[in-house]
Design a protein around this ligand. Sequence first.
Ligand SMILES: Cc1cc2nc3c(=O)[nH]c(=O)nc-3n(C[C@H](O)[C@H](O)[C@H](O)COP(=O)(O)OP(=O)(O)OC[C@H]3O[C@@H](n4cnc5c(N)ncnc54)[C@H](O)[C@@H]3O)c2cc1C
Length: 455
Amino acid sequence: MGVERELRAIVGEAGLGDADDPRFRHDATEAQALEGRPDAVVLPASTAEVAAVVRWCCAHDVAIVPRGGGSGFAGGCVPIHGGVVVALDRMTRVRAFDPLLWRIHVEAGLRTRELRRIARESGLLFPPDPGAAEQSQIGGNVATNAGGPHAYKYGVTGRWVTGLEAVVPPGDAIEVGGPLRKDVAGYDLKSLLIGSEGTLGIVTAVWLRLVPAPEAAIPVAAFYRDARAGCAAIERVLGSGIEAAALEYLDAGALGAARDAYPSPLPPDAAFMVLSEADGGTQEAARVAAELREALGDGALIVHSPDGPAETAALWRWRDGVSIAVTAKRGGKVSEDVAVPLDRLAEAIEATLEIGARHALEACSWGHAGDGNLHATFMLDRRDPEQLARAESAAAELFALAARLGGTISGEHGLGWVKSGHLGEQWSPATVRVHEAIKRALDPKGLMNPGKKAP
Ligand SMILES: Cc1cc2nc3c(=O)[nH]c(=O)nc-3n(C[C@H](O)[C@H](O)[C@H](O)COP(=O)(O)OP(=O)(O)OC[C@H]3O[C@@H](n4cnc5c(N)ncnc54)[C@H](O)[C@@H]3O)c2cc1C
């Protein structure tokens, strides 16, 4: 095929992927039956190759779809309109690591888990911990500005990026920031690219800030009879000024889907879970854990704290598996990631169930309670187009709800394909126009990940 022949001349045989490989057609939104078909797949080995591919695509009016680990939940890397998928899998080098200066410079294709391992082996922590760490890449995390349970204390990915290298249309490699802790010289182009979901350029490398790893991390899990009791406990944690590292929740449906795998026995009437964690120096973590046990214990059926690092790891592994356990219930789900102000969390959790009931769909939610971020979910059989249509209507109601409660339609997964065009529900027309003007300025031909984020 002509496109492949020309791209082979840029990236060589080893840099050409198989466009028929089903892996390149999906991301984790697969359970929603979302699929695309690339015209070609390239796996560049250097920033120069990425730039040459983007230059070729821009010269030939061919769409470019950046792809990280494919763990996204918004269809962002799915080649819905075809085009050239640029997968960063081969760009995994650590370009520099200065443990004594708490910083690392890595290429975009490095997997999240690998990055965290490298930091940990030098006594450091890269705090962002989105759930699919074995699959996601740092470039994908930057492109979605990914969060995770510990974003409650440590913030989302963007907070840890001090510099980045990216390729923007028509094929220019640019650098902003670097191994710097402060830089206010120009417009904040770094933040503009963070969270841009591959619609402005391809991130090829990042400078990241690290912190000394906490000596101890002690999870505290509490179980309640209902959502109201659980949400009251969450508010107590906040109101008491306890600095938890994570503050998560699971409602009855999510807990029901995952409870059989929970690493210790649960009371049969447990219908809401709050999972928190204390970290820091050994004494500090123990003190905060005791405060959490007290604040969460009021009205709880049971409070459980795992004993030691192995049990702690097992608990977080279980938490990582919640999304998969919920999918397994019916084989598919439409799962959104709306976020609301904290004082509206209980309302949003209840409203998710009401919306599901109105559309005759089993619903549930879980998520990052401390950030007001819900994974509000409608379960379905993905072979049934009618159920899928009802779930999409339910999701549209959810977006309206988030906007009405003063929240956002995406707290962490981005808009991708599935929420593309919905910005106007939370922003005024003038604000949306500024967003569109930025897209036109950087990508005048509209070739960077078309149809994603803003239509
Ligand atoms: C089980 C599970 C749990 C999850 N938990 C969380 C969570 O806790 N928090 C959270 O935020 N997310 C979570 N996610 C979603 C997902 O893991 C994150 O969005 C992740 O950051 C995506 O990274 P990726 O490398 O897989 O990107 P992909 O899915 O490959 O791509 C995502 C988007 O980024 C763009 N992109 C990818 N790489 C680049 C690049 N180098 N340059 C420019 N654009 C690029 C793509 O075009 C696409 O728009 C979870 C997903 C799963 C499956």
